[in-house]
Design a protein around this ligand. Sequence first.
Ligand code: SAH
Length: 251
Amino acid sequence: MNGWLAIAGLGPGDDALVTPEVTQALAQATDVVGYIPYVARVAERPGLRLHPSDNRVELDRSRHALQMAAEGRRVVVVSSGDPGVFAMAAAVFEAVEAGPDAWRALDIRVLPGITAMLAAAARAGAPLGHDFCAINLSDNLKPWALIEKRLRLAAEADFAMAFYNPRSRSRPEGFARVLEVLRAVCEPERLILFARAVSTPEEALRVVPLAQATPEMADMRTMVLVGASTTRLIARDGETPWVYTPRSVGA
Ligand code: SAH
């Protein structure tokens, strides 16, 4: 019984941004488990079983993966970006904690990936060059009041901010409220980057001051990066400007 479980990040989209470690785990796997569009990114080959599943079944999916690893299979659970960032790694450990003792002895590895926040930041320049925080704006797994509190306090502390899951069809009003909270704390010139489908053929980048930001600029394939008060622009002819946050403040 030499089963193992790898929880792997596939990066933001481009195959060039998948780490060699993840590619190797996929080459050795007998089973790949994950959300349908992520499993679709894994090439089929003889001897490999793909187990795509719908969203919002993270715990079932984790238990299934752990069960197969316990039976001696070599299982890769895939996430987009990094598996530890609003993704499957925490779900697997939740299942391990609540599951049979034998699961604690399994060979489990988390293989990092390039998270959307870092891929988006790299395209724009260096907006996260100073202190920053990351917030998941989805209220599927936490109350909206907590999101608003974290947002307000982070803005007051003058962090740059990266927003995952900014806007869904089922709650379009959420991101409008986020912009209201930002407008109550930050100046109208505050820079906002909308980075859509980074590292895919549909990639689109847009930088606007907070005063011009609208809810329609974000969808579920967009990362929103909000600058700190020190974040600046370097204009370029015919190109999206560079956005960067100086490394020092008040020093
Ligand atoms: N584990 C993933 C994040 C999952 S949450 C990671 O580390 O990247 C899903 C959210 O990530 C999306 O709603 C979007 O905000 C962001 N995202 C994922 N891929 C993206 C991409 N290629 N470009 C822009 N945003 C992306």
